[in-house]
Design a protein around this ligand. Structure first.
Ligand SMILES: N[C@@H](CCC(=O)N[C@@H](CS)C(=O)NCC(=O)O)C(=O)O
Length: 212
C-alpha cells in the first residue's frame, strides 16, 4: 500500500495513525504542494490523501482508507462511536484552521521543499482564509476562541488511550486534529487532552510536528 500525502495533512494522518496502530507498513510518498500532475495521473484530479492498495486500485476517502487498513487482519478500532465526538471534530477542524494553516509553511515540511510549492500553498490558502501573515498576527484572538472548544473535548475524553474508553473511529477523528493544533506555540492543552495526546502519540510512535 502506498499513501500519497502531505506531512501537515490531518486526513493523511488518520491513515498513517491507523497503519501505525495496526503495526502495518505503509509506504509514504510526500507530494509537493504544487505537484498537481502526480495527483492527476493517479486519480484525474487534485486531492490528497490517495491510497493505492496492493491491488493497484486507488482509494480517495480517508475514513474508507482507515476502515480498509483496520479490516486487514483483526480489527482494532472496535469501540463505540459517539456523535458528540464527531461533532466536536467537525467544529475543531474549522476553528483551528486560522491557527494551523498559516503555520504549516514555516515548519520546514517536505511538501513545501521548493519555492514554487510554498507559493502554491500560500496562494491557495490566502484565497480560502485570507493573508497568512495577518492570520498569524491574530493568534491570541483565535486561541481565545479555540480554548473553550478544547475544554469541551476535555469533558468528552474517557481514558488517555481511547477517547471513548476503547479505541474507535473517534480516535481517528480526534488525534490528527490535536497533532495539527499542537503546531501553535503557546497553546496549552487542558490536562486530559494533553495526557490523551501524549499517550496516543507514544502508542503510534510519532513525534509531534514542530511548534511555531
Ligand atoms: N473527504 C476527503 C477529503 C480530502 C481533502 O479534502 N483533501 C484536501 C487536503 S486535506 C485536498 O485534497 N485539498 C485540495 C488541495 O490540496 O488542493 C477525505 O476525507 O479524504
Amino acid at each position: 500500500m502506498r499513501l500519497y500525502m502531505f506531512e501537515h495533512c490531518s486526513l493523511c494522518f488518520r491513515v498513517r495513525m491507523t497503519a501505525a496502530l495496526k503495526r502495518r507498513h505503509l509506504q509514504e510518498t510526500v507530494v509537493l504542494d504544487d505537484d498537481s500532475e502526480t495527483m492527476m495521473a493517479l486519480i484525474g484530479r487534485r486531492q490528497i490523501p490517495i491510497l493505492i492498495k496492493d491491488d493497484g486500485k486507488a482509494m480517495l476517502e480517508s475514513m474508507d482508507m482507515v476502515k480498509h487498513i483496520d479490516g486487514l487482519g483483526e480489527p482494532i478500532l472496535t469501540g463505540p462511536e459517539r456523535p458528540e465526538v464527531a461533532a466536536w471534530a467537525d467544529a475543531m477542524a474549522a476553528k483551528s484552521a486560522p491557527l494551523t494553516w498559516p503555520r504549516y509553511p514555516l515548519l520546514g515540511l517536505p511538501e513545501f521543499a521548493t519555492v514554487a510549492a510554498l507559493d502554491h500553498y500560500t496562494a491557495r490558502k490566502r484565497k480560502a482564509l485570507g493573508d497568512l501573515v495577518e492570520l498569524r498576527a491574530k493568534t491570541r484572538e483565535y486561541l481565545n476562541e479555540l480554548m473553550p472548544h478544547l475544554d469541551k473535548l476535555e469533558a468528552l475524553i474517557e481514558t488517555p488511550g481511547a477517547v471513548n474508553g476503547t479505541r474507535s473511529l473517534d480516535d481517528i477523528r480526534v488525534l490528527p486534529l490535536l497533532r495539527s493544533a499542537a503546531v501553535v506555540e503557546g497553546l496549552r492543552f487542558p490536562q486530559k487532552v494533553r495526557s490523551y495526546f501524549e499517550t496516543m502519540m507514544a502508542a503510534i510512535g510519532y513525534q509531534p510536528l514542530p511548534a511555531i
